[in-house]
Ligand binder design. Sequence first.
Ligand code: FMN
Length: 183
Amino acid sequence: MRQYQVAVIVGSLRRDSFNRKLASAMARLAPSDFSFKQVQIGDLPLYNQDDDANPAESVKRLKAEITAADGLLFVTAEYNRSIPGVLKNAIDHASRPYGQSAWSGKAAGVLGASIGAIGTSMAQQHLRNILAYLDVATLGQPEAFIHAKDGLFDEAGNIGESSKKFLQGWMDQYVAWVKKHAA
Ligand SMILES: Cc1cc2nc3c(=O)[nH]c(=O)nc-3n(C[C@H](O)[C@H](O)[C@H](O)COP(=O)(O)O)c2cc1C
């Protein structure tokens, strides 16, 4: 059976990040032919175009992991009604040098959780804009703006009962989306 590798990019460096927990719990809703790996973005230098010809090891690693992936899963926090700078920094790194973007043609899903009632909707919209420019095909529906509140996760860190049906449906659509693009 063919295996599908997903690179997961979490838009938060916080130790107890809801979004990292969400990313881990979502991976457990996927079928056995999918495997998920969270890529590290916290050790990337600040993007500087002067370094394009001589990228840091962490930048090479990021680009290699994105290139090798069949699908991408962005799970992001919302900072000041947009995506966190750490996520934009990672996106910029893997988009360069010009003409050598690692993002082009990938299939992606976008998720996010926040303590605010609108659950990262603004950040996700900004992220979709960026990804469209980078020729990443993002799953449009269902949208998932997750309100991080009690019960989102159970004690084992799995998606709690109240959100399980919806997020399982999201994952099923995502799996079909990645397979369609890989075909
Ligand atoms: C700098 C900063 C800006 C924030 N801006 C927003 C915001 O615009 N919308 C929102 O819903 N929450 C906002 N928050 C609250 C985050 O939703 C909350 O910190 C959340 O836990 C971040 O996700 P994480 O748990 O994955 O780190 C902000 C938090 C910080 C630290």
